[in-house]
Design a protein around this ligand. Structure first.
Ligand SMILES: [Zn+2]
Length: 479
C-alpha cells in the first residue's frame, strides 16, 4: 500500500522519510590567538536562543480542548502500560521539567502516560497530553536521556507546534473538508469528537523539520535549567541513529523528522548556555527501578490499522436525507452521516460513523462517503471540451498524491441538475487495505470545477450505489 493510500487522505506531512545524518562534524579551520580572544569575548550570539510559538489560528484554550479530546480517544485506542508506579514516575519527572518550560503564562493541564508499545516513540498532543512508549524508556541509558525525550515533547506543547502545523496546512491546502472541519471555528472540538478525535489528532502531530529543531533547542534549555546534563538530548538522537542502521528507522523519526545537523545544533545551544554545569544530573536509582519494571511488562501486540478498520464497517446509510447548502451548490445526504465543511462550505465531506479511519501512516482518511471539492478551472459550463480538460487535470492532480489511482471506466456524459457532467470510475488503494471504488462526477461552474467523489471499498460499493445516486440527484446549483 502506498504511503498515502486513500483518496480522502489528508497527506499533510510531505516529509515522511527521516533523513540520515552523518555523525562527522565539519573540521574547523585553525584560528590564531587574536581570533580566539575575539571569540571568547562575550557577544550577543552567546545568549541562549529565544523561541516563541509561530502563527496560529487557534487560541491556547483551543489547544487544550483539542488535546483533551484527542487524548481521551488515544487512551481508549492505545495499549497503556497500566503501571501506576511508572505513570507516577513519568508525571514527577515531567512536572520537574514543566517548571522550567516557557509556556508564555498559559496553564496547560499536563498529563503523562506510559504506552505499552515497544516502538521507540513518544508524542505530545496540544495542551500538554504526553504519551511515552515503553520502547523510549527501555532504550534510554539513564534518566537524563528520558528527560531529554520528554523535554523535546514538552517543547512541542509550549511552542504550540501541533496547531501551528494545522494552521499552516489549512492555509496551504484548504482542500479536503475534514481538515477544514477541524479548523472550522468554535465547533472544532465537537467535530473532532465526531471524527474520532485521535484519527484527527494525526493532523496535529505532523511536525516539520524546523519545528523539530526548535523542540530540540528548547528541550536542551529545559534540561539545562532543570539540572540535567543537556548533552543527553544529542546522545538520545545518536542512539536513534544507531538504531536505524540496517533496519527500519525508529518510529520516533517518522513522527519527528530528523532536521539537518541535529546533534550539532544541540551542541551549539549547550555552548550558548556556557557548557555543561558541573553537577549535572545524569541518572537516578528511581529511573533504573522504573526501567526494570517496564522491561518486565507483558508485551502487547499492535493491531494492524487495516484489521482495526475492517473490524467495524459503518452502519448502512439511512434512507432519510438531511439538507446541506454551500455557496455554490446544495445537496441532500443520509441523515446518519456527518458532514465536515470548510468556512465557505464548498469543500465538504460527508461520511458515516466509522467512515473516516486512520490509515497505515496515521493520517485521517475517508474510506466511505462523499468528498466535494471546488478546484480552479475556467470554461463555459456547456462546453464539453472544457469540461473534459478540467476533469483530466483534476484526476491528474489526484493521482499525484494517490499514485495507485487508476481510471477503470472512461468518462461518460451525464447531467447534473441539467448541467453537462462527466462521470468517471476510478480504483484506488483503500485506507482499510484492499481496493476502493471512486465514482467521480465533475461539472464546470462559475466557481470552478465542482467534483463529487463517491468513495467506498470495492467489496461494499454496491451497497452504496443507490445512496450515491440519490445524493447526486439531489444536487442543485445555487446560482
Ligand atoms: Zn518532535
Amino acid at each position: 500500500m502506498s504511503a498515502c493510500g486513500g483518496l480522502g487522505n489528508l497527506c499533510l506531512r510531505g516529509e515522511s522519510q527521516a533523513r540520515r545524518r552523518l555523525g562527522a562534524r565539519a573540521g574547523l579551520p585553525s584560528i590564531g590567538p587574536l581570533c580566539l580572544f575575539v571569540l571568547l569575548a562575550p557577544t550577543a550570539s552567546a545568549q541562549r536562543t529565544v523561541l516563541r510559538p509561530g502563527w496560529n489560528m487557534f487560541t491556547p484554550q483551543q489547544d487544550i480542548e483539542l488535546g483533551k479530546q484527542a487524548a481521551a480517544d488515544a487512551e481508549k485506542q492505545l495499549p497503556l502500560c497500566h503501571a501506576p508506579r511508572v505513570d507516577a514516575y513519568l508525571t514527577q519527572l515531567g512536572m520537574r521539567l514543566v517548571e522550567k518550560l516557557p509556556t508564555g503564562g498559559v496553564q496547560y493541564p499536563f498529563e503523562f502516560h506510559c504506552v505499552n508499545d515497544k516502538a521507540i516513540n513518544a508524542f505530545a498532543l496540544p495542551g500538554g497530553y504526553v504519551f511515552i512508549n515503553r520502547g523510549a524508556i527501555e532504550v534510554a541509558d539513564n534518566e537524563a536521556q528520558l528527560a531529554a525525550v520528554m523535554a523535546h515533547e514538552l517543547s512541542h506543547v509550549a511552542l504550540r507546534h501541533g496547531t501551528n502545523q494545522a494552521t499552516k496546512a489549512q492555509a496551504a491546502e484548504g482542500v479536503l473538508g475534514i481538515a477544514s472541519g477541524i479548523l472550522g471555528g468554535s465547533t472544532g472540538g465537537a467535530l473532532l469528537s465526531e471524527l474520532g478525535a485521535f484519527a484527527a489528532g494525526g493532523v496535529l502531530l505532523r511536525y516539520s523539520r524546523g519545528a523539530e529543531s526548535q523542540a530540540d533547542v528548547m528541550g536542551t534549555q529545559v534540561l539545562y535549567d532543570s539540572g540535567y546534563d543537556p548533552r543527553a538530548m544529542g546522545q538520545f538522537f545518536e542512539k536513534l541513529e544507531a538504531e536505524s542502521k540496517g533496519k527500519n528507522p525508529p518510529e520516533f523519526l517518522s513522527d519527528h523528522p530528523n532536521p539537518e545537523h541535529r546533534v550539532e545544533r544541540v551542541e551549539e545551544e549547550i555552548d550558548k548556555l556556557r557548557g555543561v554545569p558541573p553537577n549535572a544530573k545524569r541518572d537516578s536509582a528511581e529511573f533504573e527501578a522504573i526501567k526494570r519494571e517496564v522491561l518486565a511488562l507483558a508485551v502487547v501486540k499492535r493491531l494492524a490499522p487495516a484489521a482495526a478498520g475492517a473490524a467495524k464497517a459503518p452502519a448502512p446509510p439511512s434512507g432519510n436525507f438531511a439538507a446541506y447548502k454551500a455557496n455554490a451548490y446544495a445537496l441532500k445526504y443520509p441523515d446518519n452521516w456527518k458532514k465536515y465543511a470548510d468556512n465557505n462550505g464548498n469543500n465538504a465531506s460527508f461520511a458515516p460513523e466509522g467512515g473516516v479511519v486512520d490509515d497505515s501512516t496515521g493520517h485521517a482518511a475517508l474510506a466511505y462517503g462523499l468528498i466535494v471539492t471546488v478546484s480552479q478551472a475556467t470554461g463555459d459550463p456547456n462546453d464539453w471540451d472544457a469540461l473534459n480538460n478540467a476533469t483530466e487535470q483534476a484526476i491528474h492532480d489526484l493521482q499525484k498524491s494517490n499514485p495507485n489511482m487508476k481510471i477503470t471506466r472512461q468518462p461518460e456524459h451525464v447531467r447534473l441538475n441539467g448541467q453537462p457532467g462527466l462521470a468517471t470510475y476510478l480504483s484506488n488503494d483503500s485506507p482499510l487495505g484492499s481496493q476502493e471504488t471512486d465514482w467521480m462526477i465533475t461539472t464546470l461552474r462559475p466557481e470552478g470545477l465542482v467534483s463529487f467523489v463517491c468513495v467506498a471499498p470495492q467489496s461494499a460499493y454496491e451497497k452504496y450505489d443507490k445512496t450515491f445516486n440519490g445524493i447526486l440527484d439531489s444536487v442543485r446549483f445555487t446560482k
